[in-house]
Design a protein around this ligand. Structure first.
Ligand SMILES: [Zn+2]
Ligand SMILES: [Zn+2]
Length: 341
């Protein structure tokens, strides 16, 4: 089968090869999934650049959906033909964190598409207790390939941050993650302001279309908006850009005793004005990947069918054109790019 593999470290894009490898066989507790689509994510780029811990060789792709084609003998609760999504992080199953479903913090964790062969291939295998059947309304569509990034946002917005009706929420960085966080904050009943830069005009337009109350593409405009709709600053910041400048700006615009969640990763050390965090008594949270509880919430959201996901996918490219997709991602062209095997 065709599979996009990272074969060698230290070679950037040249270390990634579309190759022909044997179709995997599911182990006793695994599903064999025929992939419908796999999303390109910043993590794939970081793996390509050796800037994220991973194993080599490995098939990339942790954001995918597909159809169950074969099952190991101990699989329960699935049928051939089911369309599934997969919680991609697999832990030891018995440590402190695994017992809580926080596999991401297991010291022995392995992730599909990072250490285990992933979904940028015709087929992928996954343990059945990490797979979930998509709701009827999504069946046959490839949009559930957006589940993993959406789940990361569910973790950050619904599990790590307290947001209530009427809260003024500032989302900085209108990439796919920021746009999804803005939608989730709206579902919590918040008044949502989304900010970006001059390069984000189209993305901010999309944010508005998807329900954001205000958008700003310049720091001064953002300041004016926050001053006009709050007394002392926003109640909540969801920092999704991973940019030091956006963080500094947001710490200025958050009210005293506000809630701040860092969703975006910086990829390097940055300097932070910690005194502002102290003086304002800001409740500061990190968020990373997903917990098992997150996926339950995600399925409930899917059942309600009130998220606008389709317009976040800007391209669907055949897997053979992966290079074009990776380059577009690096140039920040469009939004989510799906590879179709
Ligand atoms: Zn991802
Ligand atoms: Zn564990």
């Amino acid at each position: 089968m065709k599979a996009l593999m990272k074969k060698e470290a230290g070679r950037g894009m040249d270390g990634i090869v579309l190759c022909d490898i044997p179709k995997p066989e599911p182990e006793s507790r695994e599903l064999l999934i025929k992939v419908m689509a796999a999303g390109i994510c910043g993590t794939d780029i970081h793996i390509m650049e050796d800037a994220y811990p991973h194993s080599v060789p490995v098939v990339l792709g942790h954001e995918f959906t597909g159809i169950v084609e074969k099952m190991g003998k101990d699989v329960k609760g699935f049928s051939i033909g089911d369309q599934v999504i997969v919680h991609n992080i697999i832990g030891c199953g018995h440590c402190h964190y695994c017992m809580k479903g926080d596999y991401v913090f297991c010291s022995e964790k392995q992730s599909i598409g990072v250490n285990l062969n992933g979904g940028m291939a015709e087929y992928v295998t996954a343990p059945y207790d990490h797979a979930m059947v998509v709701p009827e309304s999504m069946k046959g569509k490839d949009i559930p390939a957006l589940s993993e990034p959406l789940a990361c946002c569910v973790r950050g917005v619904l599990e790590q941050t307290k947001i209530g009706p009427g809260d003024k929420v500032l989302v900085t960085g209108p990439g796919v993650i920021g746009l999804l966080c803005a939608q989730l904050a709206k579902l919590c009943g918040a008044y949502v302001i989304v900010s970006g830069t001059g390069l984000d005009k189209e993305r901010l337009k999309l944010a508005k279309k998807q329900g954001a109350d205000q958008t700003a593409d310049q720091p001064d405009t953002l300041k004016e908006i926050v001053a006009s709709c709050t007394e002392q600053g926003v109640d909540v910041v969801l920092e999704c850009s991973g940019s030091a400048g956006a963080m500094a700006g947001a710490l200025e615009l958050i009210r005293k005793q506000g809630r701040y969640t860092q969703v975006g990763m910086f990829g390097k050390n940055i300097s932070v004005d910690m005194d502002t965090i102290c003086r304002k008594e800001i409740e500061f949270h990190g968020t990373f990947a997903t917990a098992h509880s997150t996926w339950e919430k995600l399925l409930k959201l899917y059942q309600q069918d009130n998220l606008q996901l389709e317009e976040l996918v800007s391209q669907r490219l055949p897997l053979s054109e992966w290079k074009k997709g990776f380059e577009m991602f690096q140039k920040k062209e469009g939004n989510k790019i799906f590879l179709i095997p």
